[in-house]
Design a protein around this ligand. Structure first.
Ligand SMILES: *Cc1c(COP(=O)(O)O)cnc(C)c1O
Length: 457
């Protein structure tokens, strides 16, 4: 490391990381030059780093700490379960109380007709399970060739081979010969970036119609499923135009293919509904869940499955699929308690009626900033676009790295705001208060000013 900074303790941890740790989604060359920021503790919506700085976590970790940090109830639920039964598996006709009780709790919250859950250890594993399940489903129905899944460019479905293939991140596809065969992509409903001269609603219809064209091109008899996030998270909090989901629904009704909603970000209250599918009135056949399921306190994911699919699976005998930690009892007990908190404290309700609208109202004030070409958001999700020219939506040259600069200013000034290219995004803990939202907006505005002062023109 060239410029190790900070106190001796920070330098020690940075040196250990440098010597032994390969972190996820990190530029290893850059990390060699600048040691990572070391986060040591957290409470509510705040993080503390090893230098003693307090940082408002505008990203809820990675979109997951829905109930905020430091909830003793979750610690208690996990330790109680650890003492009772720290581990047992669910393979070969066994079960334990936390897994089946959690499955029921999720079924109660899910859209009608979705009463079963297959548990995994993560969101990526959930989407791997989606791929295997939909292919298995059609094979049982005597259509093994109906095995192609359609995803979307710039969608994110995780980092395993199937997850990255279903997703449409070209940089990920560029490493390791992805996507695997049998996966196709259509365009995303990203009006600001790709809408050109169309108005947003016309653009929404145009990209939705690509689904029908793709089905016809591949052949309905070959298409197993369509997978999409109700709102794209990692792609840049992309809120589709209002015309988009109704048109997609029309197309899905017309053809005999399954629909998998990736609810890993939207699920468990982020939109102000329990699931993004409920916000948009979607009727998924499968829903991938993770992140907010445990508020990130322990790793866990799952796939919520529609009854008519379960009926077919029951005809198919053994499903040769599962994970050592599927339905892990400690994670399941914690998730149950997390859901109890979300329900009994009215956290999702508050996002829908109070703090979500408040965040959106305050966030929209940032639209006046000279650097901001668009603001958008819903519930506890929000994005803004950094531009050189507000009218033409022209971007800054990529080598200026406006988004990364803005992100660095935020971190240095006590706010985590993520950059996806030059799109700045936030997804704070659902428990964030109105005063904390004011603080988030004030810090974001200050960091936009700092970024603007470094931009030419
Ligand atoms: C994070 C994420 C995943 C992957 O979940 P992991 O737990 O990181 O494997 C999948 N889909 C979406 C929409 C995500 O945001």
């Amino acid at each position: 490391m060239k410029d190790a900074t900070g106190n001796p303790q920070t330098r020690h941890w940075q040196a250990l990381g440098h010597a032994h740790h390969l972190p996820p989604f990190s530029d290893y060359r850059q990390l060699k030059e600048h040691g990572p920021r070391i986060i040591t503790r957290a409470s509510g919506v705040y993080l503390w780093d090893s230098e003693g700085n307090c940082i408002l976590d505008g990203m809820a970790g990675l979109w997951c700490v829905n109930v905020g940090y430091g909830r003793e109830e979750l610690v208690e639920a996990a330790s109680r379960q650890m003492r009772e039964l720290p581990y047992y598996n669910l393979f070969f006709q066994t079960a334990h109380p936390p897994a089946v009780e959690l499955a029921r709790a999720i079924a109660e919250l899910a859209p009608p007709g979705m009463h079963h859950v297959f548990f995994t250890g993560s969101g990526s594993e959930a989407n791997d399970t989606v791929l295997r399940l939909v292919r298995h489903y059609w094979a049982i129905k005597g259509q093994p060739r109906k095995n192609v899944v359609i995803g979307r460019w710039n969608g994110y479905h995780g980092s395993t081979v199937a997850g990255a293939s279903l997703g449409g991140m070209k940089a990920m596809h560029g490493q390791g010969d992805l996507p695997i065969p049998g996966i196709e992509h259509i365009d995303q409903p990203y009006w600001f970036g790709e809408g050109g001269g169309l108005d947003p609603e016309a653009f929404g219809i145009r990209v939705a119609d690509q689904l029908e064209r793709k089905i016809l091109e591949i052949g309905e008899e070959r298409v197993a499923a369509f997978i999409a996030e109700p709102i794209q998270g990692a792609g840049g909090v992309i809120i589709p135009p209002d015309s988009y989901w109704p048109r997609i629904r029309e197309i899905l009704r017309k053809y005999d293919i399954l629909f998998a909603a990736d609810e890993v970000v939207c699920g468990f209250g982020r939109t102000g509904e329990w699931f993004g599918s409920q916000y948009y009135g979607l009727e998924p056949d499968l829903m991938a869940i993770a992140k907010g399921l445990t508020s990130g306190y322990l790793p866990m994911g799952g796939v919520v499955v529609r009854d008519r699919i379960v009926e077919v699976l029951e005809e198919g005998g053994e499903f040769y699929h599962g994970f050592t930690y599927s339905g892990h009892p400690v994670a399941a007990a914690l998730a149950l308690e997390n859901i109890r908190l979300l329900r009994e404290e009215g956290i999702v309700e508050r996002v829908r009626t109070r703090t979500g609208p408040y965040l959106q109202r305050r966030w929209r004030e940032l639209a006046e900033h000279p650097l901001v070409g668009e603001v958008r958001g819903l519930g506890m999700l929000a994005a803004l676009e950094l531009v050189k020219d507000k009218k033409t939506r022209e971007r800054f040259p990529a080598d200026l790295a406006a988004g990364m600069r803005c992100r660095e200013h935020c971190f240095a000034n006590g706010l985590v705001m993520r950059a996806v290219g030059d799109t700045m995004i936030v997804a704070p803990p659902l428990v964030i208060s109105e005063a904390e939202i004011d603080e988030l907006i004030a810090k974001a505005r200050h960091c936009l000013d700092l970024t603007a002062s470094e931009m030419p023109g």
